[in-house]
Design a protein. Structure first.
Length: 381
């Protein structure tokens, strides 16, 4: 199971490290290895959240996620995206931006750093909306019940998530963005840029998430009529016509996953510049890490880990909320990537521990009462 799921990751790791040695010797080898670990540590919560979405998709789309999806993740976000940032911020052509990335690495790093406020605002708002929509939804299983119960009641108010997100964006533009951190330690006013980028992130979430949710609902409705359609098709000798609908649902869910992954990768791409400004080594290291995140996502789905440890998804979404706020704060202040990674790992670790306690309590209750009832058991927090 492990080799089947992580086989491609192992192969990509070997190829990436060998390519690094040929490109820049053993120093490059070490940099790529460090970047891979950095990407995995920063994106573990990404894998948990992705798994919650991917488990709704069939094996074909899981395979697409691991093949075409990883090409988008590696070449799109880890190689093309940094170049696009430079091209847009410096008003350069694509070829000029690539040439700058390869020949003048210091200037390239400076331009990417200066574009960080817009990146942080876009990614921060997208991730913040994911977190807000999660905590305002009334769920059967609650992790931090003392917090999630009142929030679920508040979630009945229409457009509450959007209102809160816009308030936070406005606050960020009026505070952090007025003294945005730039290359060399300087601070400039980026309020307008942050507002526009944040609104773009919000719009992106609403469009992609809305389409994904719409087709997912349609797919669920279709599945409820599945048995009746099969019986009717068998009588008439005609195939069902639900495949096209399922394809649309899966496509938009896949698109949602890719945008989600892009938002998660912002901190990894920016953080990589603390280690190297060589775009080739950056793409190799972050690409290897991204492959492991992809494989881990599929592994969690196939093992049913999220079903066994029910609070993991909660912990991952709280980590998303923390990352969203960190991204907005970094518009003005520098926060070390180690802190970002540790916060995410700590929240997920806490949720895993709570899940283990819940499972033990359920097992004890079933043993004592001989009941198969698996109603909600307090996590103890």
């Amino acid at each position: 199971m492990v080799l089947k799921t992580f086989g491609w990751s192992f192969a990509v790791t070997a190829l990436g490290l060998v390519a690094a040695v040929f490109y820049g010797g053993w120093t490059a080898f070490g940099i790529v290895a460090i970047l891979s670990v950095l990407e995995i540590s920063l994106s573990f919560d990404n894998a948990v959240v992705n798994a919650g979405i991917l488990k709704k998709m069939n094996a074909f789309w899981q395979k697409i996620f691991l093949t075409i999806g990883i090409l988008i993740a590696v070449f799109g976000m880890r190689l093309v995206f940094p170049v696009v940032i430079v091209a847009v911020s410096a008003q350069l052509g694509p070829i000029e931006a690539v040439d700058l990335a390869l020949t003048d690495k210091d200037r390239y790093q400076e331009l990417v750093t200066d574009a960080h406020p817009s990146i942080a605002a876009f990614g921060g708002m997208f991730l913040l909306m994911i977190f807000l929509d999660f905590i305002f939804e009334d769920r059967d299983i609650k992790w931090l019940g003392w917090l999630e119960r009142p929030l679920a009641k508040l979630g009945k108010i229409d457009m509450l998530s959007v209102c809160i997100a816009l308030i936070i964006l406005l606050f960020s533009a009026m505070t952090f963005a007025t003294h945005a951190h730039q290359h060399g330690g300087a601070h400039v006013d980026k309020a307008e840029t942050v507002l526009l980028s944040g609104i773009a992130g919000l719009i992106t979430y609403m469009i992609v998430g809305g389409l994904s949710g719409f087709f997912e609902d349609k797919l669920e409705e279709e599945e409820e009529r599945e048995h009746e359609q099969e019986e009717e098709a068998a009588k008439k000798g005609k195939p069902r016509s639900a495949v096209a609908l399922a394809g649309k649902a899966a496509f938009f869910m896949f698109l949602y996953l890719e945008v989600l992954d892009a938002s998660f990768s912002f901190d990894g791409v920016i953080g990589a510049f603390a280690i190297t400004n060589d775009i080739v080594l950056m793409a190799l290291g972050l690409g290897v890490g991204a492959m492991y995140v992809r494989s881990l996502t599929v592994y969690l789905v196939r093992q049913g880990t999220l079903d066994d440890y029910v609070y993991l998804e909660h912990g991952a979404h709280y980590a998303i909320g923390a990352l969203a706020m960190i991204l907005l704060i970094t518009i003005q202040y520098e926060i070390h990537e180690l802190i970002t990674g540790l916060i995410g790992v700590a929240l997920i670790g806490w949720s895993f521990w709570s899940s283990v306690r819940r499972n033990k309590a359920l097992a004890a209750a079933e043993g004592n009462a001989g009941s198969d009832d698996k109603t909600e058991v307090s996590s103890g927090v």
